[in-house]
Design a protein around this ligand. Structure first.
Ligand SMILES: *Cc1c(COP(=O)(O)O)cnc(C)c1O
Length: 223
């Protein structure tokens, strides 16, 4: 079913949108099946789980980290991670920069914004992002590169609310692009949309959609 699911989803995505297959909690055999169907970008939200899968799967996979990243776990993913979607504080960005330096890498990152109504979700607001981007500390971070923004909509059936939140994230992207990243082509990503809302996210300007259960089936536990 994984192959069919992938094909169905890909058929609905415009060329400008990249599909991140969210494989958290799923066994390596499921990822291999998606790989065999041509999928090369996978999203995980636990550092050790991602490292373990990386060790046994093909080396041309691009690994995207999409979950809340604890500073003491950064070291497990920095040697190979392609994109960290979930930078939600200046401290975390600084810690990623420090670890990336040790490995002589420049690691691509997205700033995660809190766009949902739920307080439990992580993310910056626009003022916090401004502070971060204007700080002297940020200017010295040579081992991270900010490539865009990420957000998670409220968990609700109310698709008008979800659309409003995606529009908000697009506005944040446009604001930051104009003020801090004008003329910097790497700042181009808007990561938004999951299994239940990615078509709306695409309509509102997503460049990366993070789809899990629509590809791999329901997860046994909700993480
Ligand atoms: C789990 C997860 C997804 C995918 O969720 P589905 O509803 O299964 O598509 C996307 N983004 C993040 C940050 C996640 O944690």
């Amino acid at each position: 079913m994984i192959k069919e699911n992938l094909e169905k989803i890909r058929a609905t995505l415009p060329k400008s949108v990249t599909l991140v297959a969210v494989s958290k909690t799923k066994p390596v055999s499921d990822l291999q099946e998606a790989y065999d169907a041509g999928q090369r970008i996978f999203g995980e939200n636990h550092a050790l789980e991602m490292r373990d899968k990386h060790e046994v799967l093909p080396t041309d996979i691009q690994w995207h980290f999409i979950g809340h990243l604890q500073t003491n776990k950064i070291k497990y993913i920095i040697p190979f991670v392609t994109l960290i979607h979930s930078i939600d504080s200046a401290n975390l960005l600084e810690a990623v920069n420090k670890e990336a330096k040790k490995h002589d890498r420049v690691v691509d990152c997205l700033l995660q914004f809190h766009i949902a109504q739920e307080e439990t979700k992580f993310g910056l607001d626009l003022d916090e992002a401004r502070q971060l981007l204007e700080s002297d500390e940020f200017k010295k971070m040579d081992n991270v590169r900010i490539c865009g923004v990420m957000g998670m909509a409220t968990f609700t059936e109310d698709m008008d609310e979800v659309r409003k939140e995606f529009k908000h994230l697009k506005e944040i992207f446009d604001t930051l692009k104009a003020k801090y990243f004008a003329g910097q082509p790497q700042f181009k990503e808007i990561s938004m949309g999951m299994s239940d809302d990615y078509p709306i996210a695409v309509e509102e300007g997503a460049t990366l959609v993070r789809v899990g259960s629509k590809i791999f089936g329901a997860r046994n536990y909700n993480v």
